[in-house]
Design a protein around this ligand. Structure first.
Ligand SMILES: [Ca+2]
Ligand SMILES: [Ca+2]
Length: 235
């Protein structure tokens, strides 16, 4: 009797083990299948340490806070063009954006608004104001990427606190607030978009207002580092 009971327990245990093992095998197979559905290819990466500016129009490199960055720019900016991309249906754009010195966010003329712009294939991916500077209480629209538009009054930027969504706010300034902690804020810009074409254009610019024109480049500027472009093929 005892032997029969033990045998039955053993058989139940064996069956449970077999089911568990089957589930494990199925999970591994499923995960491997999923991995095969997406192919990521880094088609461009630049940390600018080698000062390589191939494919970039209006590129320039400057040393900031112990690293080399693309910039600094004040008004205007740069364009990156890539061709002969592998087959893909999505793209991811990632980089560090430094907002240097005194940006006046949503303030009206003559000091603002101070707008930073990112275009992908000439459509607007970011059109946002930034506020930065020691103890500034100007508002900025970022991380909201686009303003509302009123045909009578023009663009309406949302009021967020200065440095909203910045990942570093204790960096030294680059010119006007040179070496002053809090003079620069750093943001991580990431956009994942639907994209199929074999060519790609990224344009980054700023539209800044400053009554102190001779010192505008020193008062408010920006730069970019660790620019990565990845194509994604979802099968
Ligand atoms: Ca760098
Ligand atoms: Ca300004």
């Amino acid at each position: 009797m005892e032997y029969t009971k033990n045998k039955r327990d053993y058989q139940i245990s064996l069956r449970r083990g077999f089911i568990g093992y089957s589930i494990l095998l199925f999970s591994i197979f499923f995960l491997m299948s999923c991995k095969g559905l997406q192919k990521d290819t880094v088609v461009y990466f630049n940390d600018f340490e080698g000062e390589l500016l191939t494919n970039i129009t209006d590129g320039k490199v400057e040393k900031y806070n112990g690293t080399k960055v693309l910039g600094r720019y004040s008004q205007h900016g740069f364009t990156l063009n890539l061709k002969d991309l592998p087959v893909h249906n999505m793209m991811q754009i990632t980089f560090d954006l430094y907002i240097h010195d005194t940006w006046d966010g949503n303030t009206v003329k003559p000091e603002g608004p101070d707008i930073w712009i990112m275009n992908i294939d000439r459509w607007s991916a970011v059109y946002a104001t930034f506020a930065n500077g020691l103890f500034t209480d100007y508002r900025q629209s970022y991380p909201v990427l686009q303003p509302n538009y009123d045909p009578n009054t023009g663009f309406l930027f949302i009021n967020n606190k200065p440095n909203s969504n910045a990942i570093k706010t204790d960096l030294p300034g680059a010119c006007k607030l040179s070496d002053k902690k809090g003079g620069t804020s750093m943001y991580r810009i990431t956009r994942t978009i639907e994209h199929h074409e074999s060519s790609f254009e990224l344009g980054c610019y700023a539209q800044l207002e400053d009554s102190d024109l001779p010192n505008k480049n020193c008062n408010e500027s920006w730069s970019v580092d660790n620019l990565k472009i990845m194509t994604i093929e979802l099968k």
